[in-house]
Design a protein around this ligand. Structure first.
Ligand code: PAF
Length: 287
């Protein structure tokens, strides 16, 4: 696996792969890799002859009081994992390469970015949208793969790709979970052993709410019940539990189409997010 830090060298290697008739896949990451990321690399491998992963802890998507400084970083470990997973090239640029002096452009996806996570993390999605647009420009992939765990991020990237006519296909990979259902996340490393025991209550509450809504329970009741269950289990705060349209992220008060159930909750200083698909059951009552 090649390790490349500069854009000119990246372009040369990608152009050589393309000239050899290979389709180019990109898996953008911020490192601290886990099985979730590696499943995206496997999906990339299945979709392309040349797989690029990027590793860049993007300062622009962290708020002033967020965890940019302490975000887990171990490039050597990430490199080894990517190599074993069959990645062809790791692009690991510096901050000055991505945001050189004089950089002035910001990509914002209106409306979608202000909902849910956007309320708790103002500016976060402009940082994500800007860096993802830059990565698409630098790597010029045919296909880019994102995890469904960050559902709102995925919806925003799909929207910006369509809005800006970017010639990249967006694919998603399902959330990979621990044995108790907790969605894999680089931030799980922040949890204390006690918090880690509590954390499984989030996917559990979501799964119960999803099943209840699918079988016809009043949406607002099921959401309130999920929030109560998380608080009772020991979550310090529940930022939201919401049933939304999977593309527009507009709230749904009744399950009148396939929907997405999203939640964010805090355990001490750690904020966890998760989501599940909810489909109306054929015999459920959804008035
Ligand atoms: O999901 C992530 O790890 C990041 O938000 C991404 C897409 C790599 C952009 O920095």
């Amino acid at each position: 696996m090649a390790l490349v830090r500069d854009v000119a060298e990246l372009r040369l290697q990608v152009a050589a792969a393309r000239a050899a008739g290979k389709r180019i896949a990109l898996v953008p990451t911020m490192g601290a890799l886990h099985q979730g990321h590696l499943s995206l690399v496997a999906l990339a491998r299945a979709n392309a002859g040349f797989v690029v992963a990027s590793l860049f802890v993007n300062p622009a998507q962290f708020g002033p009081n967020e965890d940019f400084a302490r975000y887990p970083r171990d490039e050597k470990r990430d490199r080894d994992l990517l190599q074993q997973a069959g990645c062809d090239l790791l692009f690991a640029p510096s901050v000055a390469t991505v945001y050189p002096a004089g950089f002035r452009t910001q990509v914002t996806v209106a409306d979608l970015s202000e909902r849910l996570e956007g309320k708790a993390r103002p500016g976060h999605f402009a940082g994500v949208a800007t860096v993802v647009t830059k990565l698409f420009g630098m790597v010029q992939p045919d296909v880019a793969i994102f995890g469904e765990k960050d559902w709102q991020q995925l919806a925003i990237i799909r929207q910006l790709t369509a809005d800006l006519n970017l010639a990249v296909e967006i694919r998603s990979g399902p959330t990979v979970r621990e044995a108790d259902g907790l969605a894999m996340s680089s931030r799980n490393a922040y949890l204390t052993p006690t918090e880690r025991e509590v954390a499984g209550a989030l996917p559990d509450a979501l799964a119960k709410a999803a099943a209840a809504i699918a079988s016809g329970r009043e949406v607002s009741d099921a959401l309130a019940e999920a929030e109560r269950a998380m608080r009772t289990a020991g979550f310090t705060a529940v930022d939201y539990v919401a049933l939304v349209d999977p593309e527009t992220l507009a709230p749904l008060l009744v399950l009148d189409r396939p929907a997405r159930l999203l939640a964010a909750a805090r355990l001490g200083t750690t904020r966890l997010i998760d989501n599940l698909e909810v489909r109306p059951e054929p015999d459920g009552c959804h008035e």
